[in-house]
Design a protein around this ligand. Structure first.
Ligand code: NAD
Length: 282
């Protein structure tokens, strides 16, 4: 039988710790404060921002949405990020994607100070990770590794196939898995034979943003599959990148969507906010 590798218990444990640390910070000065910078009118992003605000509220973290509009320029976004980085009343900054047409994350992310870059998107944060130095790590990538550890899936010496090479999920995840002594293959849209690579792996992580991409033929008997994808389902809900039906029964474990990587990602982001506040306030 395929185990469901849920993230709810792990998220609850992380959140319990965060709540205590938040209360201590609030008693000392004021609640940790997160700025969510939005420059789009994308409904999926609005949904995500809303869920982050609710999560923050439950944990006693102040969370402010700063809306720059879907036609903000790179310069305007950089100015906002620079101002919030210098503003000591904020502990943490998150820039939402998608960005306006013609603006890439690389155009603006270096304006987020590394101390407040709780989703680890700036070139400095990503460079620290690649070098094996301390910094904020992209929360989704960290969530995948924490979920695997929570369910006691061994990584040392194991073959892990990561499907997706984005700067905020696939690439940083590969670095984190290397740090766990896994042997890592990163697949992407130009990979010639995806199924051949993933079917050789002990652990497959799907982070492509393509519903149904990973099927039974992509997974060997007894492998573990982590589904990072969040794709809009025809019924309005979300589905992952894994065709759960065809993988179930073959894989030893599969993380559900929703309820797998997602809640752990949010919990880790909030923990990063508290860590940023603790550090900034000495
Ligand atoms: P992205 O679009 O930036 O990157 C997608 C990657 O997948 C690319 O590197 C591309 O080469 C690869 N890819 C696309 N089609 C492929 C194919 N047919 N075969 C192999 N590789 C293919 O996306 P992203 O920002 O990295 O996000 C990936 C997914 O993870 C999305 O569904 C996103 O919504 C989801 N996500 C989930 C969380 C969470 O907390 N659960 C957080 C962030 C992102």
């Amino acid at each position: 039988d395929t185990l469901s590798l849920t993230g709810k218990e792990l998220a609850a444990a992380i959140n319990a710790d965060t709540k205590e640390r938040t209360a201590a910070l609030a008693a000392g000065m004021h609640a940790p404060r997160l700025a969510l910078i939005v420059a789009n009118d994308d409904p999926a992003s609005a949904w995500y921002v809303n869920s982050l605000r609710k999560a923050a509220e439950r944990l006693g973290i102040a969370c402010e949405r700063i809306d720059l509009g879907a036609d903000a320029t790179a310069e305007q976004i950089r100015e906002e990020l620079t101002a919030r980085s210098a503003d000591t009343s904020y502990d943490a900054i998150m820039l939402q994607t998608p960005l306006p047409a013609g603006v890439s994350l690389n155009d603006v992310s270096s304006a987020i100070s590394a101390d407040k870059d709780v989703d680890g998107v700036s070139p400095l944060s990503l460079g620290l990770l690649a070098a094996g130095l301390d910094g904020f790590v992209p929360a989704t990538s960290e969530a995948v590794v924490e979920l695997l550890k929570h369910h006691e899936i061994p990584l040392r010496g194991k073959l892990v196939a990561v499907v997706g090479r984005s700067n905020i999920v696939g690439k940083p995840l590969a670095q984190l898995l290397l740090a766990e002594d896994a042997t890592v293959t990163v697949c992407h849209s130009r990979t010639a034979d995806l199924a051949a690579v993933t079917a050789a792996a002990d652990v497959v992580v799907a982070a492509a943003g393509r519903a149904g991409l990973v099927t039974g033929k992509h997974v060997r008997e007894g492998a573990v599959v982590i589904d990072v994808g969040t794709n809009e389902a025809p019924d309005g809900g979300i589905v992952g990148d894994v065709d759960a039906e065809s993988v179930r029964g073959k894989a030893a474990g599969l993380s559900p969507v929703p309820g797998g990587v997602g809640p752990v990602t949010t919990a880790l982001l909030m923990r990063h906010v508290v860590a940023a506040a603790e550090k900034l306030r000495g």
